[in-house]
Each structure stands twice: as structure tokens, then as C-alpha cells.
Design a protein around this ligand. Sequence first.
Ligand SMILES: Cc1cc2nc3c(=O)[nH]c(=O)nc-3n(C[C@H](O)[C@H](O)[C@H](O)COP(=O)(O)OP(=O)(O)OC[C@H]3O[C@@H](n4cnc5c(N)ncnc54)[C@H](O)[C@@H]3O)c2cc1C
Ligand code: SF4
Length: 500
Amino acid sequence: MTPPTAASAAAPTRWLTAEQLGPAFDDGGRILLLENHEVFRRRPTHRQKAHLYLVALRQRARELGDRGALHRVRRYRDALTDTALVPGELEVIDPPSWAARRLVRELGASILPARGFVTGEEQFAAWAVGRKPSQLVMDRFYREVRERTGILMQGGQPVGGQFSFDADNRQPPPKGAVSLGLPDPWRPVEDDIDAAVRADLDALEASGVRFLGRDGPRRFAATRAEALAALDDFVATRLGDFGPYEDAMMLGDDTMAHALLSVPLNLGLLHPLEVVDRVVAEHAAGRAPLNSVEGLVRQLIGWRDWVWHLYWHLGPDYTRSNNALDAHVPLPAHWWQLDGSATDARCLSHTLDTVGGAGWAHHIPRLMVLGNAALQRGYDPAELTAWFQGAFVDGTPWVMPANVVGMSQWADGGVVATKPYASGGAYIDRMSNFCGSCRFNPKLRVGPDACPFTAGYWAFLDRVEPSIRGNHRMAQPLAGLRRLADREQVVEQERVRGPL
Ligand SMILES: Cc1cc2nc3c(=O)[nH]c(=O)nc-3n(C[C@H](O)[C@H](O)[C@H](O)COP(=O)(O)OP(=O)(O)OC[C@H]3O[C@@H](n4cnc5c(N)ncnc54)[C@H](O)[C@@H]3O)c2cc1C
Ligand code: SF4
């Protein structure tokens, strides 16, 4: 950054966090970027996630040239109060975590409204006011955003006559195939910044920092140009199949037809509306089916915005203070080691290995394999949240509470999800090709071949029955539990089996 002159000394310095690296966060002017390696000592982080964040910051600093400065710091506070780095006013775009928001308020920074989402915080607050927690349903929020923005709307009605095409989606993987057979997804070409970051991370490891997972060639976009290339690639090769195979899982195809855009979106390199406009235009031009386009739009203007607003709405203590199902089992060591070889359950073993190798798995392995296993076995939701945040390359503080604590663990007792997302092996068998090569049988709940998800489902219901008895959506499963002739045997079998 050029040294401040008399004219520029009064100009504010804008601190951008690592989640604010795209053009939507840049209005011209001086920009300060901060690189903090101490966080890797405090919080276990996937090696590839650390790599992505450092590359993204350094690439942005290079792009900004004289207008920007990147400093390595041990504490954000020290840098932001250093007059050599911030000679005049400190300006921020409201940052995306409770901790950072507290800090910038304490420092008296000039704060601009948050960016990078489709709806503003005041819009969500207006929508949420007067609604009971159980009425903050994603579907209602999504409809309202569609109506307000006019996205996929025509003459006040949803394009295609309905807001959701889920009934056309949720297909199982094609029978007998090993993959969807789509072209390999776009991958970035690494450069000197990747090499320097890799050397720095090696040095951190040598100094005692323990990263999660394995290093490997960078797979996700970390610059604006790369983000646009990744978007082009998704639209050209996978958008059409996104809807139908959104929920399917295959051993030979971890990406399936997913967008692989959560990293550039969460780094602020892409705005969700850019992606939405692009896929809606593909549909309008007759190049993409409505069920795929609507499915993706719902993820971006529905789920992503909703989860973001719930982070603020539910408050800073939400993760710490919610454990409705009294789940206190520590996460097994092999989860922290991302070591799939430690479990015989093929679905879990494959997913842990995938996360170890890439720091990524799509939504259904996260929810219906990892989240489901943790829910059934009673893993501590706060520890699980820290694990998800560290192990996934797209993990951010704001994305975790609603997705992990609320949706996958039902630890808030029904604020985010109307019922626990527990399911037996039959769901995994229907939606994947995992079970065929597993030593367990998804149809069996007792005996040496009993599937730990099928048996675990009943053992879970047995354990939490008193807490969920009043939930009408669980009435049918609980009635099934009461009819189970071998209930005690299943519960004892899973007690002996222990954590997965
Ligand atoms: C237990 C659990 C943990 C998760 N952890 C994260 C996380 O750490 N970071 C993260 O960005 N997403 C998380 N998600 C949401 C979702 O799984 C990922 O966004 C998605 O798998 C990323 O891959 P993709 O870009 O190919 O997404 P696609 O499946 O192609 O979806 C497109 C985009 O929609 C957005 N999106 C969809 N669902 C959600 C959601 N529930 N919450 C937020 N954004 C959503 C993402 O930006 C994603 O890039 C989690 C979901 C669950 C159930
Ligand atoms: S049989 Fe059970 S443990 Fe094995 S892959 Fe299927 S669901 Fe997973």
C-alpha cells in the first residue's frame, strides 16, 4: 500500500475479512487484509482449507496492488489498532461472525451493512417478527424471497406453476453405473502463491500445528477469475443433472452434479445472485430444465440466506446452550483423524475418507451419513460443530449452527427442523450404491450383519423417546418402535457396538 499522503491520510482504511474478497466488497479506496496463522493452532483445521484461505488472501492482495496491503498478524485487534496499518478511520463491511462483529464495534469502526447475501438482515428481521420459532420455516422464507425479488416468477406466479420441483428430483443413482459419467469438474491450476502457501503450511506443521486431513492439489476456486471459471464449468457440464441427482450418492462419483461453488461463495468471490441470474438465464434460453434450475435457486436464495439469518437470529450462545437430546458422547478419534479405515460401515468409511482427501462432501453425505451417524450415536453437538467447521473447506461460523446443531442434530428441540433427521440403512441403500460392497446388510437390525444405521435408528428412538414423544411427526416411528419385538436386543446390540 502506498504510504498515506496528506490528502489520503484522512481516507478510511477498509479491513476485509477472508470472506469478503470479491468485487461486491470493494468500493475503491485503501484495503487492509490480515493473515492470522494462530487460528490454526487454536482450532483444528483441514490442511486444504487453510491452504484455500491463505491463497485467496494473497491472490487478492496481489490483485489490489498499491491499493491493498496484506499483513501477517497474531491478533486481529493489534493490527486494527496499529496506526501504521490504519492511519485514519477503520471501515468495515459488517463481518460474518459474532466474534468479529464484537471486535469492530469495540474498536469504534465505521460499519457498512453486510453484503454477499440476497436479503438484508433488516428484511429477515421484519419477516421473522411475530413468528414463533417453529414458524421460521425455510420453505415460507424461500417463497417470500421469490415473490419479493421476482426470481423465477411470471405475472406474480412461480414459473412452471409451482415453487418447488422436489418431486421430480431426489432420484436414486442410475442402476449398475459407477458414476454419473459427467466430465471431470474444473480444477484450478496452481501457481507460485500456492507453492509459497504450501511451504508455509509445511513449516507450521513442523512447528507443531496439527492440521486435519491430507494435503493435495487445490480443488476449489480462490480468485474471482477462478470462481467464474468454476461457475461456467458447472453450468456447461452439470447444471442439467443437478436436480434429479441432488440427493444421490455414488462410490465412484463424489461430485455427482453438484456446483462445487460453496468455497468461492463463502469467500465472497461470487455473489449468490450472479449464480442465480446465470442459471435462470440458462432456463430461459431453453438450455437447462426447470427442476434443476429451481432446485439450485432454492439452495442459494432459500437455504443459504436462511441459514445466514438464523445465525444472527438465534444468537451467539445457540451452539453452546442447546443439547435437547442430551447427547454427550465424545467424537471418536477416527473422526478427528478423518480415517475411514477405522469403521466397517461402508457409507461412513467412504465419507470420512472423502472428507480427509478433499475437505468436501456433498449435502447428503453430510446430513444423512455423518449427521445421521452422530445423531444416532449421541455425539456431542458442540464438538460435532467444531469438527464440521474445521474439517470442511467451506466451513464458516455462520453456516454451522442451523445446519449442524439445528438441522442435523435437532439439538435445539425443533426450532430449525421440525423433526430429527434420523434414518435407517434403507434410505442410504435407496439413495446410494454404498451398501452393495458393505459387510453389513441394510435390511437387518439384529445379528452380526445388522446394519449399524438400521439398528442404530431404533436404538436412537429408544434413547430419545421421552424427549420426542410430544412431536406429532415422530408419532409413527415411535409407534413402530413400540411394536418392535426385538427392541431390547437391538438396543443392547448397539450399546455394545458403541460409537461408529
Ligand atoms: C451437516 C451439514 C453441514 C454443512 N456445512 C456447510 C458448510 O460448512 N459450509 C457451507 O457452505 N455449506 C454447508 N452445508 C450445506 C451444503 O451441504 C453445502 O453448501 C454444499 O454441500 C456445498 O457444495 P456445493 O457448492 O457443490 O453445493 P450444491 O449442492 O451444488 O448447492 C449450491 C449452493 O447452495 C448453497 N447451499 C445449499 N444448501 C445450503 C445450506 N444448507 N446451508 C448453506 N448453504 C447452502 C451453497 O452455497 C452451495 O454452494 C452443510 C450442510 C449440512 C447438512
Ligand atoms: S449396509 Fe448400513 S452401514 Fe453398510 S453402507 Fe449400507 S447403510 Fe451404511
